[in-house]
Design a protein around this ligand. Structure first.
Ligand SMILES: Nc1ncnc2c1ncn2[C@@H]1O[C@H](COP(=O)(O)OP(=O)(O)O)[C@@H](O)[C@H]1O
Ligand SMILES: [Mg+2]
Length: 228
């Protein structure tokens, strides 16, 4: 009889848990597998995955990023958490609210509306995705140009000789977006800041940028530094 009651209560508890996502319950789960199983049973909306993390919406302003494999943890979550601590003052990074302090299996990050495709990014910011590649190239060619204005002057002067290396028409459109669209300016300023800090070319990806709830353009996948 007691066993029956115990089982019955356990079932009720499980049923109750399934209907929502309880961070404190989740936090105490012993393994990454148990965490994934709990997420699936809780039914929280799945937003997408990259190569190393699954991302779910857990409330209106927050997403849960969880490592797919234990091996991914040190490759992605750990550096991302460290980068947040080091570079949060740049304003270029989606905010991290909380994380798994024991194993770095998961991160609770500010929800950002990421750019689904390059066209959406172009429409909202005036910046063609390829302009980010062009900028990386140009910054390597004109190492002494410190400002976007100087860089633009260099490109305009050298348009004829750059022809094959850099897509000059795209670069002109990019500079126009930078100069006329405040979101385009913010995207490029943040991109430049992160590149100068040594972040990886992985940031040349529309899905790694988006608009935060407060309307700022921020990066959401900032795990990788070039040196790692
Ligand atoms: N903070 C966020 N808000 C909304 N969507 C996000 C957020 N972080 C990541 N995503 C979405 O989930 C995808 C996978 O996350 P990402 O950080 O790129 O993981 P990975 O390191 O595996 O590439 C992203 O490409 C993006 O579309
Ligand atoms: Mg990614």
């Amino acid at each position: 009889m007691l066993d029956f009651l115990k089982e019955y209560i356990e079932e009720l508890v499980q049923e109750g848990l399934r209907k929502g996502f309880w961070l404190n319950y989740f936090r105490a789960l012993p393994t990454l597998e148990a965490m994934h199983a709990y997420i699936k049973s809780s039914g929280i909306p799945y937003l997408g995955s990259g190569s190393s993390r699954d991302v779910y919406s857990i409330s209106t302003g927050k997403v849960l990023k969880i490592a797919i494999n234990v091996l991914d943890v040190h490759h992605q979550n750990t550096p991302e958490i460290n980068n947040w601590a080091k570079y949060k003052n740049t304003g270029a990074l989606a905010r991290i609210y909380d994380w798994d302090e024991e194993n770095n299996y998961w991160i609770l990050m500010e929800a950002v509306r990421t750019f689904e495709d390059p066209d959406q990014m172009l429409e909202e910011t005036g910046i063609p995705l390829g302009f980010l590649y062009d900028l990386l190239r140009l910054k390597r060619i004109y190492t002494s140009s410190k400002t976007m204005e100087q860089l633009k002057q260099n490109v305009l002067e050298d348009a004829d000789i750059l022809g094959e290396d850099v897509n000059v028409e795209r670069v002109k459109r990019g500079f126009q977006g930078y100069e006329t669209n405040p979101k385009g300016k913010q995207l490029i300023d943040h991109f430049n800041t992160l590149m100068d800090l040594g972040f990886d070319v992985d940031l040349v990806n529309n899905r790694h940028w988006g608009v935060s709830a407060s309307g700022n353009i921020v990066a959401v996948d900032y795990a990788l530094l070039d040196t790692e």
